[in-house]
Structure formats: structure tokens, C-alpha cells
Write a protein that binds this ligand. Structure first.
Ligand code: HEC
Ligand code: HEC
Length: 226
């Protein structure tokens, strides 16, 4: 039942935001279709056990904090992130689809079952929020909610949700509370192609349309968004 609600909310979002560029729209439809098909043909992924995940998270705590709220922007916050996105990233580090020397060596010894438990644990935690500087609030909010029509930049909200909670069923990440510096860095990586594990180059196309100032503003905005 829950799955149906999520699926239809993807479609509502899809038709709600007319300013998604035509080709982004195509990617979006394609990936929604892939998601819907895979949801139908593949068995539902076993949900992780948050309690078991807590026990397995000791090795992660040094960098990501004991509750997933890390103390440095160099290590992304995992608290409040959705389980399926976390599992996808860990699998991507393992396969090499997402490149990071530290994370790649850590995941070699982690099974898919452990990944689900770890994901469930972090998803159950609450992310700590930062504050957004006054001068970036308005511009950051505008990009997040409406994008930029001139450059064909779609609203972040249409995929990452109005409160930045992401879209768990589609494995689309939460951005709420994430360090602004980490968000900036990932946008730059998507833009220059050093991160390319996004389905259909969705984020690559988006990040390339952003100016330096837009990246700065929206990154500051999501750190406080909830
Ligand atoms: C030595 C430090 C370190 C340890 C220990 C560590 N990580 Fe990481 N982790 C990182 C860094 C650095 C990144 C950011 C990689 C990048 O910039 O692309 C990261 C990224 C991630 C991401 C991607 C988050 C996102 O928002 O996309 C996940 C998920 C993750 N780590 C989970 C884990 C888990 C689970 C463990 C424990 C099994 C763990 N990490 C242990 C340093 C660490
Ligand atoms: C068409 C849907 C879509 C739109 C619109 C979108 N994103 Fe994304 N975004 C994604 C997907 C999907 C991923 C996950 C890629 C992956 O699987 O690694 C992602 C990942 C990210 C990440 C990496 C998160 C992490 O924890 O590492 C950041 C940062 C991000 N998006 C920021 C933005 C911003 C800012 C905007 C608006 C300018 C935006 N996104 C608009 C779909 C979208």
C-alpha cells in the first residue's frame, strides 16, 4: 500500500512542475518507468533491521558520528537519510560506480544484508540542522523551489521533496540538514563528471546548468531545510 502512495507521488511531482526541461522530463519519465518496472518484477528488497545496524555501525562512527551526525563536512551526515539510498551508495562504492578510496575499502567486507541494517539504523536517526545565512536564504529557496527558467534548471524540490526528505522508494536522497560544503562538493563533482553514479546522468545535467553562486546559495539553504 505504502509503495502505491510513493509511486503516485512520483507521478504527481512529475506533472506538477512544468519547468522541468523537456529532456530532463524524458529522463525523469524513463527512470520512473524503470523504477516502476523493477518494483513489479524484482522481489521487494528486504528491509534492514535498525537495531542490528546500530551494532554494525561502530566502524562508521569515527567519521560519520555515532548517530550519523558527523562532526566535519568532509564526512556526509547519514542521519535521516533513507535506507535505500544508503544501500545504493554502498553498493556503488563496492562496484566502483562511485569513486572514493576511503569508502571503497570500507565496503569490501560489508554484505548487502549489513548495508540494509546500517541504512535502516541511520534512517531512524534525526539529522541536526544548520542555519542558513540571511543573505543566501531567498536565493537558495528560490532555486530549491522553482529552479531557474532561463537556464532550464529544474526545481530541486521536485525530486528531493519540499522539506528535503528525498524520495525513499526511488532511492532519491534526503538533503535536509546536510553540510553545505559537502553539498557544494557533490554538485561540483556531478558537474565535472568525477561523480557519475546518478541514474541517467540526472544530477550531472542539473549541476552543469548551475552557476557558482547558485550552487553556494542552494547548498546553504538545504543545510537548514526541514
Ligand atoms: C575513515 C572515514 C570513513 C569511515 C570509517 C566511513 N566513511 Fe562513509 N564516507 C566517508 C567519506 C569521506 C565519504 C564521502 C565520499 C565522497 O565525497 O564522495 C563517505 C560517504 C558515505 C556515504 C555516501 C553518503 C551520501 O550522502 O551520498 C555513505 C552511505 C557512507 N559513507 C556510509 C558509511 C558506512 C555505513 C560506514 C561504516 C560501515 C562508513 N561510511 C564508514 C568516510 C568514511
Ligand atoms: C530529476 C530529479 C532530480 C532533481 C530535479 C534534482 N535532483 Fe539531486 N539527485 C537526484 C538523484 C536521483 C540523486 C542520487 C544519485 C545517486 O544515486 O547517487 C541526487 C543526488 C543529489 C545530491 C547528492 C546527495 C548526497 O548525499 O551525496 C545532491 C547534493 C543533490 N542531488 C542536489 C540537488 C540540487 C541542489 C538540486 C536542484 C538544483 C537537485 N539535486 C535536483 C535527482 C534529482
Amino acid at each position: 500500500m505504502k509503495k502505491n502512495i510513493n509511486e503516485s507521488s512520483i507521478l504527481i511531482v512529475l506533472f506538477d512542475h512544468a519547468n522541468l526541461g523537456i529532456f530532463l522530463m524524458k529522463k525523469f519519465i524513463m527512470s520512473s518507468a524503470i523504477y516502476l518496472i523493477s518494483a513489479i518484477i524484482s522481489p521487494v528488497m528486504a528491509a534492514g533491521d535498525a537495531f542490528a545496524g546500530k551494532g554494525k555501525s561502530a566502524v562508521c562512527a569515527a567519521c560519520h558520528g555515532s548517530d550519523g551526525n558527523s562532526s566535519s563536512y568532509m564526512f556526509p551526515k547519514l542521519a535521516g537519510q533513507n535506507e535505500y539510498y544508503i544501500v545504493k551508495q554502498l553498493l556503488d562504492f563496492k562496484s566502483g560506480a562511485r569513486k572514493n578510496t576511503t569508502m571503497s575499502s570500507i565496503v569490501t567486507s560489508i554484505s548487502t544484508n549489513d548495508m540494509a541494517d546500517l541504512g535502516a539504523y541511520y534512517a531512524s536517526k534525526k539529522v541536526t540542522l544548520d542555519t542558513v545565512p540571511d543573505k543566501l536564504l531567498e536565493s537558495g529557496q528560490k532555486i530549491y523551489r522553482a529552479g531557474n527558467k532561463e537556464s532550464g534548471l529544474p526545481a530541486c524540490m521536485s525530486c528531493h521533496g519540499p522539506t528535503g526528505a528525498g524520495m525513499p522508494a526511488a532511492k532519491w536522497p534526503a538533503l535536509s540538514g546536510q553540510f553545505s560544503k559537502y553539498v557544494e562538493l557533490q554538485l561540483k563533482k556531478f558537474s565535472n563528471g568525477t561523480r557519475s553514479n546518478d541514474p541517467n546522468n540526472m544530477m550531472g545535467d542539473i549541476a552543469k546548468r548551475m552557476t557558482f553562486d547558485e550552487i553556494k546559495a542552494v547548498s546553504a539553504y538545504v543545510a537548514a531545510l526541514h
